[in-house]
Design a protein around this ligand. Structure first.
Ligand code: SAM
Length: 255
């Protein structure tokens, strides 16, 4: 398991059961603190605040922190299935039923796919992100509309997609990949804080080309790659591309 020693700690807040914080610190092999000051060596913290598990850096300590946002995006309806609209839906396609998100991260794409009614499984390898996702999917399962429709929240698979994809019991219609690419030197747009903190904590996904190759072998029909507009296509010339603001969805279709 990736070592977070010296980089990450659990910060226990008053609102939570101490045993929860202790168990989290043990699972991740990091220290547990009751307060943090300038001399605290770690740069990142996990803490339960306002009913969510949150990731913080020193800048966010007072502001509140980042949790996986389970609310629908602006313009997207709360019900299920939401209309299949936008570049992501176009890339994944209307005929697609089963999707595996191989790089779940903050699950914003996964949750969008879930709300559009795709049958979804989510893979994530970072133990910190897995903790945040487990917390989020539990919150998701308790939302009124999810309970009223008796929906099962997406299955979360922990580990490296390069190992997991070849072992899937079925070939999904679509495998979705959104790895971390190196930032452009001349910044055209400032990435969101949630993505900046992820890059600081985890680094770039340097094995993304291998992940594409494995996904191509494992999919029944297509692989969709989300990438910044400046990055070359991950799998060579795509069958088609859908452009959105500052990013591109490259679609690779099997014949
Ligand atoms: C750019 S983020 C994904 C953001 C996500 N699409 C969203 O909407 O929030 C990339 C994530 O994929 C994960 N990841 C990258 N390569 C992976 C792999 N081979 N197996 C599992 N997870 C991977 C990283 O740990 C990171 O959390």
């Amino acid at each position: 398991m990736q070592s977070y020693r010296g980089k990450l700690a659990v910060l226990h807040g008053e609102q939570t059961d101490l045993q929860l914080s202790q168990a989290l610190a043990v699972r991740l092999g990091v220290p547990l603190y009751h307060s943090v000051d300038k001399l605290t060596p770690e740069l990142f913290f996990l803490s339960w605040r306002e009913g969510c598990l949150k990731l913080l850096d020193k800048e966010l300590l007072k502001k509140g922190g980042l949790s996986v946002d389970i609310q629908p995006r602006q313009g997207e309806q709360r019900s299920w299935p939401a209309p299949k609209e936008g570049a992501l839906a176009q890339a994944v396609g209307r005929k697609t039923k089963t999707v595996v998100d191989a790089t779940t991260g903050w699950a914003q794409d996964s949750l969008h796919l879930f709300r559009m009614g795709y049958d979804l499984r989510c893979i994530e390898r970072s133990p910190v992100m897995l903790e945040l996702l487990t917390d989020a999917f539990l919150r998701l399962s308790k939302l009124d509309w999810v309970m009223q429709l008796s929906l099962s929240v997406p299955v979360l698979l922990a580990g490296n997609a390069i190992d997991i994809l070849p072992q899937l019991q079925f070939a999904p219609d679509c495998i979705y990949i959104d790895p971390m690419f190196p930032p452009k030197r001349k910044k055209s747009a400032l990435p969101k804080k949630s993505m900046l903190i992820l890059r600081d904590l985890l680094g770039d996904d340097i094995d993304r080309e291998l992940l594409f190759d494995v996904a191509w072998q494992a999919t029944a029909k297509k692989v969709v790659v989300k990438s910044p507009d400046y990055a070359p296509p991950l799998g060579g010339k795509p069958s088609m591309s859908f452009k959105s603001k500052l990013l591109r969805y490259d679609v690779y279709v099997k014949n």
